[in-house]
Write a protein that binds this ligand. Structure first.
Ligand code: SAH
Length: 212
């Protein structure tokens, strides 16, 4: 199947699952084939994760749409992303919010994501290479935080970087499978909603997993 036909088929499916029209049109504008290696060019619009090297993956389009929708972006937000990877999710966020801070621990991935995002004309983002500590406190507080790697629990350090009423979308579970959580920050008891099962590569760092 050609790229255009695969793309049309993917968007037909997404339209049935995703309510937020802004998310659907952002996904329709971002060329996912630019974020995958030439080997995966014809698989760019299959609804599955693809390898991006260094043992990491670009997330499945449906999961990108679901996580982005859960952030409830209106356009004026400052958003933190953990796990730049290919930069695909960063591009979707850049379409939908005012300013994106994206953190990646593998410098080569950070560099190639930066290059592709610049080539596509995005200007409202910054990518930083992370240290051990999770997130990017220097830019806090954020209106929304999205974590595109799986954590053993909801990290307090990330909730500290979020505004009151802000949302943290994060896969939580084992190293191999997780539950996708939407956590709304409250003064006392945070609101936690499960969005379903998922499989992400592990989030590495203090308060998350150790590198294996
Ligand atoms: N959003 C990405 C998915 C990347 S996979 C995309 O659309 O392509 C998850 C990424 O998280 C990997 O690149 C991995 O290196 C990175 N990662 C893991 N632990 C991290 C941490 N503590 N801080 C930042 N990035 C991390």
């Amino acid at each position: 199947m050609g790229l255009e036909a695969a793309r049309a088929r993917l968007f037909d499916c997404l339209r049935h699952e995703i309510r937020d029209k802004r998310v659907l049109s952002a996904m329709a504008r971002v060329p996912r084939e630019r974020f995958v290696s030439p080997d995966h060019y014809y698989a760019a619009y299959e609804d599955m994760p693809l390898s991006i090297g260094f043992g990491q993956t670009i997330s499945q389009p449906f999961i990108v749409a679901l996580m982005t929708q859960a952030l409830g972006l209106k356009g004026g937000e400052k958003v933190l992303e953990l796990g730049t990877g290919s930069g695909y999710q960063t591009a979707i966020l850049a379409e939908l919010a005012k300013w994106i801070v994206s953190i990646e621990r593998i410098p080569q991935l950070a560099e190639s994501a930066m290059r592709v995002l610049k080539e596509l004309g995005y200007k409202n983002f910054a990518i930083h290479t992370s240290s051990e500590a999770l997130g990017w406190p220097a830019g806090a507080p954020y209106d929304g935080i999205i974590v595109t790697a799986g954590a053993p629990s909801v990290p307090d350090v990330l909730l500290e970087q979020l505004v009151l009423g802000g949302r943290l979308v994060i896969p939580v579970g084992s190293r191999w499978e997780q539950d996708l959580l939407k956590v709304t920050k409250r003064k006392r008891k945070h609101l936690v909603k499960s969005l379903g099962g998922c499989r992400f590569v592990p989030l590495i760092g203090l308060g998350a997993w150790e590198e294996s």
